[in-house]
Structures are given as C-alpha cells and as structure tokens.
Write a protein that binds this ligand. Structure first.
Ligand SMILES: C[S@@+](CC[C@H](N)C(=O)[O-])C[C@H]1O[C@@H](n2cnc3c(N)ncnc32)[C@H](O)[C@@H]1O
Length: 314
C-alpha cells in the first residue's frame, strides 16, 4: 500500500527553540511519526550530531526512515515503543549523553485519517486502533471482551465520558447478538446511548469513547512517568526535554514528573536536616505549558489542545 504520510508538526518553532539545539548534539525523537519535527532538528545538526527516531508504528518507521535516511547520514531509527528506550540507550551506549529528547504524544494525522487503522469515527474501518500493528490486542478485544465494569472504568477514566454506563450497557446488549466489528457500528451505539441534543451539541459525540479505547489499546499512560524520569536522567547537564501533550491525563503525568525532577528536598518544612534524600536533577524551562499561537490553531486544528512543557537537566 502506498503511504501518504500527511502530518503537520505541532508547535514546531516552539519545540525547536525550546530544545536549544546543539549542532554536535545527540537527540532522541521518541515519536518520529512523519518526521516533521525530526527533519527540522536534522537541518540544525552538523555531521557530528545524531538524531535517533523511535516509533512503534511500522508504517511511520518505514515511511520516515525512507524519507530521512537517504538525506541525512546522522539519522538512525528504531521500531520500538519509547517506553523501552532503555534498550536503545544500552545498545548505543548513550548513558547521560543526550542533548535533547522530544516526545510528541498521541496519534498522527496519518493514523487518524487511514480508515483501515480504525482510529477514527469519521471513517468506517475495522475496530483496530493499534499503533503497533504487531500487537495482537486491539479495540476489537476491548469492545467485545471487556466486562461492563471495565468498559465503564476506561470510559470514565480515559474519556471522562458522562454517558459511560449507558454506552457500556448498550455495547454489552449489542455484542450478545453479534460481535461489534467496525468503527461505524461502535459510533452508532455511542450516539444512540445519549440524548440527541448532546450528540448535536458535541459535534464529535464519539470522540471521548474513541480516545478512551485508544489509550487502553496502546497503554498510552502506562510507564509514562517512569520513562520521562529515565530520559531526563540520561540528559547531559544543560540538555533539554520537550513534551507535547494533547489531553489532560497525559499532561497531568508530565507536569508531575517535571515537578518532581525539578524539586529538591521534600522533607516537611520544620525537619532540621534532610532525611528524604530527594535531589533536584533538572529545572523547569516552562513554568506554565506553552500553547499554539492562534495563527497555528487556525491552520492546524490538532494544535488547539496541545500543551508544550520543557525541562533542562542541571
Ligand atoms: C503525534 S505523532 C508524531 C508526529 C511527529 N512529531 C511529526 O512531526 O511527524 C505520534 C507518533 O508517535 C507514535 N507513538 C505514540 N506512542 C508511542 C510509543 N509509546 N512508542 C513509540 N511510538 C509512539 C505514534 O505511532 C505516532 O506515529
């Protein structure tokens, strides 16, 4: 299949200036996607610099490696989940040698807009939503095999969906007749589970449930805190990490990780000497998250909910 990898990199200028690129530095783009951010980082690197791109989607790795490897000899890519970045650090011997790390969380426009990947309620496709196509667990398993309680939990926790109970009940009723196989079938169950005025008002009535299932299928929040901690610990002094998030659950984890990494002693205020042993390893570059300019929000709707946080190793 010919891959048409359309994805506009979000907050590109803010990411580049936030990373404060050292031309001879070593960078990891944990979420390579279509390589929009990576290519601009590569343009700023000398031949002594190195950019390592990671993605768990083989379509992204194949497409972007083809695009960038022929043009830049200082580009390497790995088809891996960035939560397993320790393997790449070990393999390339990068302990404490990183000048910068970027994580641009979530899905790419390519994934959302490709019907057969099953990420979007806007197109009819199989209930899939796997970023890593080698994984066997998909949205089909969640929708057809999770209990009522599990369905409610993920819709409340990951989608903050107020109609979760009604939707879960209708999913169970429908799948007792026959398995739910497509995004459109799921969409019509979701929409029939809430008042018509809510469907009308929300525009994309299915967005919250689709987001919840996608987070569950891809384990998007699992080990995120620990991975950020590991990557910041592997930065050189003065090295920076930039993280783009697209919903409050991700942002809360990044905010907490950055706060903990940039805080020293956490003993109660009146403790005479420190007993916690907690050490500050980094300082916040952005005290509050940066958001996309109104110009970018007009031109790229994906950027409207983006938040960019940056931290620097001390
Ligand atoms: C928003 S896109 C990145 C777009 C990219 N910055 C660009 O400019 O083209 C996110 C990408 O990260 C990948 N991804 C998401 N979570 C991942 C993870 N845990 N490990 C590796 N790749 C991941 C997705 O497959 C997707 O290709």
């Amino acid at each position: 299949m010919e891959i048409n990898f359309e994805h506009k990199p979000v907050m590109l200028n803010e990411v580049l200036s936030g990373l404060n690129i050292n031309p001879d530095g070593i960078y990891i783009d944990c979420t390579l996607g279509g390589g929009g951010h990576s290519e601009k980082i590569l343009e700023k690197l000398s031949n002594n610099g190195l950019l390592i791109g990671l993605d768990k989607d083989s379509d992204a790795i194949n497409f972007t490696t083809n695009k960038l490897a022929s043009k830049y000899s200082n580009f390497k890519s790995f088809h891996v989940d960035f939560k397993d970045v320790q393997e790449v650090i070990d393999y390339l011997d990068l302990y404490n040698k990183l000048d910068g790390v970027l994580i641009d969380l979530g899905v790419s426009s390519y994934q959302l807009d490709t019907a057969e990947r099953g990420f979007s309620f806007r197109f009819d496709g199989p209930l899939d939503m796997r970023m890593n196509k080698q994984q066997s667990f998909s949205a089909y398993n969640v929708v057809n095999e999770y209990s009522y309680e599990e369905l409610c939990r993920i819709m409340f926790e990951y989608g903050e969906e107020e109609f979760a109970k009604q939707i879960a009940k209708n999913i169970i009723n429908k799948r007792q007749i026959s398995p739910i196989k497509t995004t459109k079938e799921l969409s019509s169950i979701i929409e029939s589970s809430m008042p018509a005025r809510v469907v009308f008002k929300r525009g994309g009535a299915d967005k919250k449930v689709f987001q919840a299932i996608r987070i569950e299928v891809n384990g998007e929040l699992d080990r995120l805190y620990e991975t950020v901690e590991l990557l910041v610990n592997n930065l050189k002094s003065g090295g920076r990490m930039a993280v783009l998030t697209f919903h409050s659950l991700e942002d809360r984890i990044i905010k907490k990780a950055f706060k903990d990494l940039s805080t020293g002693c956490i003993c109660p205020p009146k403790t005479p000497i420190c007993i916690c042993g907690h050490k500050q390893v980094a300082k916040l570059v952005t005290k509050k998250p940066l958001v996309a300019s109104s110009e970018e929000q007009n031109y790229n709707s994906r950027s409207t909910c983006a938040k960019l946080r940056i931290i620097e190793k001390i």
